[in-house]
Design a protein around this ligand. Structure first.
Ligand code: ASP
Length: 357
């Protein structure tokens, strides 16, 4: 027989645990969208991607399941992907035209609407952590290049050599991208055939910058995460090496709040991947959340409209992971594939690459 006191304790414990499970929490991550051809991905490669995505989503999920906050979950997942050579962020970042690496990242806290971002950093092993520190420890939202690294030093970050991020496969991608760029540049019919104007300055470099990178297979592979914690707080983060063969200090959408990353409590959180120029101009992450907020659209519908209607009409390729205040998840993409994984309260993870999983 249970005593009155034990019964009381038992019922308190039970109601506390049912309260906890009543509070939804979930996480979605991506490892980039693009031309992920089934024919070109071997069974071993597929297995390696799936295992790393599973590890990353589980790391974030475990934090949420224990009652941790969504910002920590987002960072934990992104750190794992940044440290893996499989993805275009941190180690494994794509090369710039000149053979270096310039990394971009951002993070947003839906509870406070605070955000932090870094652009064009070369010596920061985990740029998402520096973006977080910009948010927490500086009066600014976005720091770039050398200044961002000087700030990093004041915050106890160690600078790493730029070759930390080198991988052979990305180097090969750079060589083939450069070949295509040089071929297009030497094609005197290029401007006429594409209708691209190089503006008044016909200097060689400006011609290259006028090429539309979507004409080449630019190897996306950015990483990102969105999460809802048990206290109802949304967060989003994104980290990338950008686009292969980028030049002139090009910065993509990933560190731009409202383009590649956005989070607002009560509305939604989004992390994007794809052809950054389009994501900036079409304000993709912010547009999805605006549809949820003002048009009362579901996260599935809002994200689908932006990725599969608006962006497709514009010619922009890519996808997003998005999550709403109830923990519903949308992961639309308009490319062949998008590396992604999701996990919701007390359910097993789902790891996916193509639309048929
Ligand atoms: N969005 C990134 C950029 O344009 C690239 C990517 O998602 O792979 O820099």
């Amino acid at each position: 027989m249970l005593s009155r006191t034990s019964l009381l304790i038992l019922s308190t414990v039970m109601s506390a645990s049912s309260m906890a499970s009543d509070r939804p929490f979930s996480i979605a991550i991506h490892g980039g969208a693009g031309t992920i051809s089934k024919a070109n991905l071997t069974a071993e490669q597929q297995q390696a991607y799936r295992a790393k995505l599973q590890q990353a989503v589980d790391a974030g999920y475990d934090i949420l399941a224990k009652g941790g906050d969504s910002l920590s979950a987002v960072r934990a997942s992104i750190n794992i992907l940044e440290n893996s050579p499989l993805f275009n962020a941190g180690i494994g970042a794509v090369y710039t035209y000149d053979g270096g690496h310039e990394l971009d990242a951002s993070i947003m806290d839906g509870k406070t609407m605070n955000a932090g971002a870094v652009a064009g950093v070369k010596h920061i092993k985990n740029p998402i952590d520096l973006a977080f520190t910009v948010m927490e420890k500086s009066p600014h939202v976005m720091l770039s290049g050398q200044g961002a690294e000087e700030f990093a030093l004041t915050q106890g970050f160690q600078l790493v050599p730029v070759n930390t991020f080198d991988t052979d496969s990305r180097y090969q991608q750079l060589q083939s991208a450069k070949e295509k760029i040089q071929k297009a540049e030497s094609n005197s019919d290029y401007q006429a055939s594409t209708g691209h104007s190089t503006g008044v300055n016909t200097h060689h470099n400006y011609q290259q910058s006028a090429l539309d990178y979507s004409e080449f297979d630019y190897k996306f592979g950015t990483v990102g995460a969105v999460a809802l914690d048990q206290n109802g707080n949304l967060a989003a983060g994104t980290s990338t090496g950008g686009m292969t063969a980028k030049r002139f200090g090009r910065i993509g959408d990933s560190p731009v709040i409202g383009a590649g990353t956005y989070a607002e409590n009560g509305v939604c959180a989004v992390s994007a991947t794809g052809h950054g120029e389009y994501f900036i101009r079409y304000h993709v992450a912010g547009d999805i959340c605006a549809k949820v907020k003002y048009q009362k659209k579901s996260i599935i519908q809002a994200a689908d409209e932006v990725i599969n209607q608006r962006l497709i009409t514009a010619g922009g390729t890519g996808g997003v992971v998005a999550i709403d205040q109830r923990g519903n998840i949308a992961t639309p993409f308009n490319t062949e594939g998008m590396y992604r994984a999701t996990r919701k309260n007390n359910e097993p993870a789902q790891v996916m690459i193509w639309s048929d999983l």
